[in-house]
Design a protein around this ligand. Structure first.
Ligand SMILES: [Zn+2]
Length: 273
């Protein structure tokens, strides 16, 4: 599933293509469930001729702000891709939404699993989203003191705590494993058992793994692509995630895979304590 660095990479490529452009018309909505706030007819009416002001991101959500103060919120979920292509490029059977732009190009939503969702909301809808999400790990409101307090309040293990979007927004399975490896913390530790030095190490590690991945334009395991259809490169820089049996790059011990809260978890059993 795309996490913060992948969604941020998509956001940057969409920003290039969409800001200042207009949605001319909804060309097709082959899987109406994708738009969960409007019927296809009302959605077509609501977006027609709207100009795109900004493309923002909150956690794993894309926020496409329109000139009438409405916002199209897009969650890619497992396999969703937001692509901007020339209108004459053929679409395949997994293209479920097509919106015509005013420059001969189209915004297309490609999603083999069909779990991705679009919602068109007003300002209160955006406020609601913000309220249920924790701080952005690369934002100014993510502070060590706040992070430390949030961990103290949790009765859960550290790995599922990092996945809890109300604690920290945008971190998923890949970057939780990477941050815990970098901070040398075992994923089964109780969140509140971390001492101040460990909390500080984890706080820095979260930011480091996310920033590095954005620099590598995200991790492509299977489906994730940016708005141009390009893959990321961060899969070549992972230290723990998906490296089961391969040597830890710090100590040489084979990386282990365990299951924590039904999620695959990768760790070095020697240097993560
Ligand atoms: Zn190790």
């Amino acid at each position: 599933m795309p996490e913060l660095p992948e969604v941020e990479t998509v956001r940057r490529s969409l920003e290039q293509e969409l800001v200042g452009r207009r949605f001319v018309a909804l060309r097709s909505l082959g899987w109406p469930k994708i738009v969960n706030t409007h019927s296809p007819e009302l959605f077509a009416e609501a977006i027609a001729q709207r100009q795109i002001q900004q493309v923002l991101r909150r956690a794993k959500y894309l926020l496409i702000e329109l000139d009438n103060h409405e916002t199209l919120i897009v969650h890619l979920r497992m396999t969703g891709q937001m692509l901007v292509v020339a209108a004459d490029q053929p679409a395949d059977k997994h293209t479920h939404v097509v919106v015509e732009l005013d420059n001969g190009r189209e915004l297309r939503f490609h999603d083999p699993r069909k779990f991705g969702r679009w919602s068109l909301v007003d300002r209160s809808g955006v406020d609601e989203l913000n309220q249920r999400l924790g701080p952005e790990p690369l934002g100014d409101d993510f502070t060590l003191a706040d992070f430390s307090q949030r961990l103290q309040r949790k009765a859960t293990k550290i790995k599922p705590t990092l996945l809890d979007q109300s604690v920290l927004a945008g971190v998923g399975n890949i970057y939780a494993d990477e941050a815990l490896w970098l901070a040398k913390i075992h994923p089964l530790r109780a969140a509140k058992s971390l001492n101040p030095a460990e909390v500080a190490a984890l706080f820095e590690a979260i930011k480091t793994v996310l920033r590095n991945s954005i620099e590598h334009r995200g991790t492509t395991l299977v489906n994730y692509r940016d708005a141009y259809g390009a893959s990321g490169e961060n899969q070549y820089h992972l230290e723990a995630y998906g490296r089961t049996g391969e040597p830890c790059r710090r100590c040489g011990t084979p990386i282990e895979r365990i299951v924590v809260g039904q999620r695959s978890t990768h760790l070095c059993p020697v240097c993560q304590v």
